[in-house]
Every structure is written in C-alpha cells, then in structure tokens.
Design a binder for this molecule. Structure first.
Ligand code: G1P
Length: 276
C-alpha cells in the first residue's frame, strides 16, 4: 500500500471572524502564544512522518510562504544573541520539509480547495490539515493516529469527535457502525446539518487522510451546502463505494477559527509553557 507522504493545507479562507486582525494577515498566521497556527499544523504532519507540505493559498497570503523561508536581515540582526534560539523550531521545519504552493483563485468550498491542491499531490494518498483546528495530545499526534488507521484499513479516514447537539450546524456530521473501539465505519455524512436533521453528534474535525480516488469523486460532486463543493459530500460517495473510516482520536482539539476557541488554545498553551 502507498504511504502517506504529503499533507495538504487548505489556507485560502478569509478568516472573517478575526477581522480586523485578518484584514491583511492570513488567519493561519495568528499565533498561539508565539507560534503561528500553520506551524503547529506542519509540525503535526511531521510527527506523522510527512515532510512534503502542499499549501493552497489565496490573495493576501504571502506571509505563509515567507514564514517558511529565510529572513536574512532579521536573522543577521539576532545572530549570536539570546533571541536566535527562538527560530530553532522554524529552522528545523524548513530543513526537513519541502513546501509547495498553489492559489485557489475562487472560493468555491473546501472540496474545491482540495481539488485545486490535487495538482500538488498527484495520484497518492495524502493528509489534509485545517490549521485552525489546533490539536494537542499527550502522546501520539492526531494525524499520526489517523495514518496508522489508514495503513490498517487502506481507505480514507476522517477525524471525529462528539460535539453538543446544538452545534452540529458548524460541522460535517457522520453516522456509522463502531467497528472497533474508536473506529467507525461511516454510513452517512451531512454537511452542517441543523441539530434536528443531524444523523448523530459525531462531528468531523479538520484532519483527513484521503485516497486519491477522492479527486475523481470531487470532479463529479455538485455544489452542496452554501453552494460550495463540499468534501463531506465527496466522502459520502466514497463511503458508499468503498468505505471511509471515522477516527475518534485521542487528544484535545481547539477550534481556533472561533475567538473563544482561540483564547482557550492560547491559555492552555501558555500555561503549558509556564509549567515546562
Ligand atoms: C469544514 C468542513 C466541515 C468540518 C470542519 C472542521 O468546515 O466543511 O465538514 O466539520 O471544516 O473544522 P469549515 O469549518 O471550514 O466551515
């Protein structure tokens, strides 16, 4: 079976919930304490054994590319000072990973963003990280847990967690049969259903391992919720054809696409760094 070597980061969204901060800055550059969200995502992919990062950007997102590049003037300025070590983790990422970028010119949904990114992936299984879902674990990272399931089951895997019923309208929501503890064979998926229409309270969060057939399915997937091409709809087709697994991951996920979740993540991370 082909191994997962690439990770796609859809990062073209406007981040309107964080205006005015995101007026000229990508939301993926918002820092949790001092490290931008995108770097946490890249580090989670690395922990899962992935070193090729493919980022789907849009207008106004150049800071993402600059972040994973040398900043000669700045680095010269801090060379030999106690500030130099603050860039160690970013340098390690840059040394170990390659980055490729493509632009999503029109905002036609997450499914569309993944299709656009397909040019950077080719015909192989790949991971997807939505950087505004920030995940922390005590042990093995969330994406790593999912790659292990992909290697066992050989099909697409989505990360799922229980959410309060009244919040189903924010997520893709699944239904299925528990195949073993924490592993659900998916039979239904609905994008952002009202609580009364939701098939369960198991929500998809922003981590996916996808097999390349998803690109063909996306090509034939009509616009769904909000007139956008939804990855959830494409995955339902895949679930019916060959199977998709839901992974009830171990760990905590912060919704950093919302102000409250972002503040919680910041407090959690700050307290953790203080106690280290
Ligand atoms: C996207 C997906 C949704 C998923 C969510 C996870 O929605 O469309 O199915 O549950 O990410 O964060 P978005 O948050 O981009 O609106």
């Amino acid at each position: 079976m082909a191994t997962v070597k690439k990770c796609l980061f859809p990062a073209a969204g406007y981040g309107t919930r964080f205006l005015p901060a995101t007026k000229s800055m990508p939301k993926e550059m918002l820092p949790i304490v001092t490290k931008p969200l995108i770097q946490y995502g890249v580090e989670e992919a690395m922990e899962a054994g992935i070193v090729d990062m493919a980022i789907v950007t849009g207008r106004g997102k150049r800071a993402l590319e600059d972040h994973f590049d040398i900043s000669y003037e700045l680095e010269h300025q801090i060379a030999g000072s106690d500030k130099e070590s603050l860039l160690d983790e970013t340098r390690a990422v840059m040394e170990q990973c390659t980055f490729s970028y493509t632009r999503q010119v029109e905002m036609k949904g997450l499914g569309h963003a993944i299709s656009v990114g397909g040019r950077l992936i080719g015909r192989e299984p790949f991971a997807v990280i939505l950087a505004d879902d920030y995940c922390v674990t005590e042990g093995v990272g969330v994406l790593s847990q999912m790659v292990t399931l992909y290697e066992r089951f050989g099909c697409s895997v989505v990360a799922i967690e229980e959410v309060p019923r009244e919040e189903t309208f924010r997520y893709g929501v699944i239904a299925g049969e528990e195949e073993e503890s924490g592993v659900i064979r998916i039979t239904n998926m609905v994008e952002k259903p009202a609580p009364e229409a939701a098939p369960s309270n198991l929500a998809i969060i922003g981590r996916y391992v996808l097999t390349p057939e998803i690109f063909d399915i996306l090509d034939d997937t009509p616009p769904g919720k909000n007139g956008e091409i939804q990855i959830t709809d494409a995955l339902l087709t895949q679930a019916r054809r060959g199977g998709v697994i839901g992974c009830k991951f171990q760990g905590t996920r912060f919704d950093c696409g919302s102000v409250g979740g972002f503040i919680d993540a910041t407090n959690y991370t700050f307290e953790k760094t203080q106690s280290e």
